[in-house]
Design a protein around this ligand. Structure first.
Ligand code: ATP
Length: 759
């Protein structure tokens, strides 16, 4: 016994928790119409994962939940729990019992629980399929659905038979594999297109990397060359600087010494400059002496002249003094004579006017007196005027003479001074002449030597200037190299360098050669766009790693695709062989049951391919407006249709063939025979039959009961029935009643009670 029990709570009319245990191979559920029996059958469908609410007679999930009544409030959830005995491991689970539970909430959210663990619907479906409990529900025959298999299309029928044969699991596996294969193919396409997409970039990067590698090589070469070049250049500069310093120091010392010597010589010569002054002075002195002597001569001459003049004047004075004392030499002045004459003339004019002689005589007396006075006066008078004038001249001359005498004295003194100075100067000049000659010689020598030193220093300075340019060039070179090669270029300074005379003595052109070689590499480097190498390398590594990864991925995907194809082929083969085998077995049983039910006749399932519609048929369909699809699509659909199962029946003693000709009862009997045959070949753990027997008459009910018992050997049967015969075959009977509150109640009943309840 696999099915242990079912428990409903809040499901449909089962407001309260209700449990049905199935301890007998056949259990019957009885009760009046509308009491909730079918709800129990539906509870099975529900818990086993039925997704169509419609087939559970509802519109939405909520319709499955107890809706409430006057004495019992509506439930928030409906749950159904089915418990299986797994001691025979019908389920591949390591549990003695397997409980499957499904809960639906008012918001239509479903929960699936296997042994207390929440799972997905798929897990439930797969678990059930592993125990031949399929979703197509061939083991749950709902009310009025007994002949469903007869009404089904050939394709649906095939699916139901596959389900009954337990091939669904393979179907699932196949579908799953096909899904996986499709997904894998998609992935392959994606990976291929990804690879295609990155291929040009990868090629580009590869070329870039080649360039970068080439430039790295060039850099290495440049680095080696730079090391040698820098080492040598540094040595050259240091060595040359040292050399210049060595050369310069004695020259500078010499220059300083010469400077000192020159100073001394110059000082000496400075004095010789004084000599010139002295000579000039001497010449001037000479000139002055000459002048002063001329002056002296002039003065002498003037003096002599004055002296002579003075002597003659003196002589003249002596003579005049002698003449002044004799009357013969006495003189009257014209003026005095004129004055006398005037006076006499005036007296005469006055006498003329007079008539009297007396006054005229008197006037004559007066004239005589005048004349007498005149003579007297002139007689006594001594004329010293001449003497006085000469004396004046003499005095003047004497004065001049004494002046000249003074000048002469002064001139003489000056002459004396000058000639004394002249003599002294002459002696000094004579003395200085010798020492000047030496100093001059020194100056010439020093000048010559200084010139030499200076020209040497100039040369060094010029060379130093050249070296400064070399140093600047070197500095520039280093900066340039550092930008190109990074700080590694400075490593040359760390290398221990043993100065090698050979290296130092090599011509500069060798370094120039090295520099040119470096320049060439630099130009090539620049052309190759050397920068950003690390980035490119990284990008290339990443891209090629990605490509390798994708390549491997593709291989894996292709491997898994072929494995999946293989699996699908295997599954197909297995499905087809097991299907054939199973169909045969079903047919054997179907024939037996059919013959048993109808007391003869024949029934058979046959595999049919759908009638392949010809193009002309499709065109006809189109013309008749039977298909809305285009001719091509309809044709494709028709030809692609899968094979299905046809049911051939022939009743005993009747010439009737084919399902369409059967009566309602005959249809029920045929379908029951087929259902039982299907269940018998690969028995599911349980079968639920909801009033499958409704259409049977008494005789057939009995046969139905026999078949049930036959079937119950392999599958537990739960039958919902109003049929007394059926009830009589059940080991357990559950009565379902409906109280006033509209909720179903469950009770275990005895056969007689059951018969009563069922009515
Ligand atoms: P019959 O013998 O006529 O086939 P039955 O015993 O199979 O009848 P069911 O069809 O199982 O009866 O039960 C139908 C009853 O369940 C109805 O009375 C219906 O009102 C009730 N029912 C269905 N869904 C719910 C629900 N969600 N809440 C409450 N009652 C419900």
């Amino acid at each position: 016994m696999y099915l242990k029990s079912i428990e409903l709570s809040g499901f449909k009319s089962f407001a309260k928790k209700s449990e049905l245990s199935f301890t007998s191979p056949i259990s019957a559920i009885v009760g009046p119409n509308g009491s909730g029996k079918s709800n129990i059958a539906e509870a099975f469908s529900f818990v086993l994962g039925e997704q169509s609410i419609k087939s559970l007679r509802g519109k939405k999930g909520e319709d499955l939940i107890w809706n409430g009544s006057t004495d019992s409030p509506r439930a928030g959830r409906a749950s159904v729990k089915v418990i299986f005995d797994n001691s025979l491991k019908i389920f591949p689970l390591d549990y003695e019992t397997v409980t499957i539970e499904r809960v639906v909430h008012r918001d239509s959210v479903n929960e699936y629980i296997i042994n207390g663990s929440q799972v997905r619907l798929r897990d439930v479906v797969e678990l059930l399929a592993s125990a031949h409990i399929g979703a197509s529900g061939h083991h749950i025959i709902s009310q009025g659905e007994a002949d469903r298999i007869l009404n089904a299309s050939i394709k649906e029928r095939k699916s139901m038979i596959e389900d009954a044969l337990g091939l669904k699991l393979y179907q699932y596996k196949k579908q799953e594999s096909e899904r996986k294969l499709e997904k894998t193919r998609e992935n392959i396409k994606q990976v291929e297109s990804l690879r295609r997409e990155i291929a040009p970039h990868l090629r580009f990067l590869k070329r870039q990397v080649e360039k970068v590698e080439k430039s790295l090589e060039m850099k290495k070469e440049l680095q080696e060359k730079a090391l040698e070049y820098c080492k040598r250049e540094d040595q050259y500069i240091k060595h040359t600087e040292e050399k210049f310093n060595k050369e310069k120091i004695p020259l500078l010392v010499k220059e300083k010494e010469l400077g000192k010597e020159l100073n001394i010589a110059k000082q000496t010569l400075e004095k010789s400059k004084n000599k010139d002054e002295k000579i000039t002075e001497l010449i001037n002195l000479d000139k002055n002496l000459h002048a002063i002597r001329g002056e002296k001569d002039d003065l002498f001459r003037e003096f002599g002249r004055l002296d002579g003049e003075l002597a003659s004047l003196m002589r003249m004075v002596k003579k005049q003094e002698e003449g002044a004392h004799s009357d013969a030499h006495k003189t009257v002045t014209l003026a005095s004579v004129e004055m006398l004459s005037e006076q006499i003339a005036a007296k005469i004019r006055s006498a003329k006017n007079l008539n009297d002689i007396s006054p005229i005589l008197k006037i004559l007396d007066e004239v005589t007196a005048f004349l007498a006075d005149f003579v007297d006066n002139n007689k006594n008078k001594i004329d010293n005027s001449l003497v006085t004038d000469v004396q004046k001249d003499i005095d003047h001359l004497k004065n001049s003479k004494s002046q000249i005498e003074k000048s002469l004295e002064a001139v003489k003194k000056k002459e004396n001074d000058l000639s004394r100075r002249y003599e002294i100067l002459k002696t000094i000049i004579e003395k200085e002449k010798d020492s000047n000659r030496d100093a001059e010689k020194d100056v010439f020598r020093i000048m010559a030597e200084s010139g030499d030193v200076r020209s040497k220093l100039e040369r060094i300075k010029a060379e130093e200037e050249t070296l400064r340019v070399v140093k600047e060039d070197f500095k520039r070179e280093l900066t340039e190299l550092a930008t190109l090669l990074g700080p590694a270029v400075l490593h040359w300074s760390h290398s221990v360098y043993v100065q090698n005379e050979n290296e130092l003595s090599e011509p500069r052109s060798a370094q120039e050669e090295r520099r040119r070689a470096m320049e060439k590499i630099k130009i090539r480097l620049e052309d190759s766009g050397g920068a950003g190498g690390a980035e490119t390398l990284k990008e290339y590594t990443e891209a090629s790693e990605r490509d390798t990864f994708l390549e491997k991925e593709l291989l894996d995907l292709e491997k898994s695709a072929s494995a999946l194809s293989e699996l699908i082929r295997d599954l197909d083969a297995r499905l087809s062989s097991e299907f054939k085998e199973g169909l045969q077995k079903i047919n054997t049983q179907f024939k037996q049951y059919f013959a048993l039910m109808f007391g003869g006749g024949n029934a058979e399932l046959t595999v049919v391919a759908p009638p392949k519609r010809k193009k002309s048929d499709v065109d006809e369909l189109m013309e008749n407006g039977e298909s809305e699809k285009t001719g091509e699509a309809a044709f494709a659909e028709a030809t692609a249709a899968e094979e299905g199962i046809e049911i051939d029946v022939s009743l005993p003693k009747k010439k009737i063939k084919g399902l369409l000709m059967l009566s309602g009862g005959e249809r029920a009997l045929t379908s029951i025979a087929l259902l039982f045959a299907m269940s018998g070949v690969n028995p599911p753990p349980f079968i639920i039959l909801d009033e499958t027997d409704a259409a049977l008459d008494e005789a057939n009910s009995c046969k139905y009961g026999d078949m049930m018992e036959d079937l119950a050997k392999f599958s537990q049967l739960i039958v919902i029935t109003h049929n007394r015969e059926t009830m009589s075959r059940a080991g357990i009977l559950y009565g379902v009643t409906m109280g006033l509150g509209g909720s179903s109640r469950l009770l275990s009943v005895a056969f007689d009670e059951a018969v009563a309840i069922a009515k």
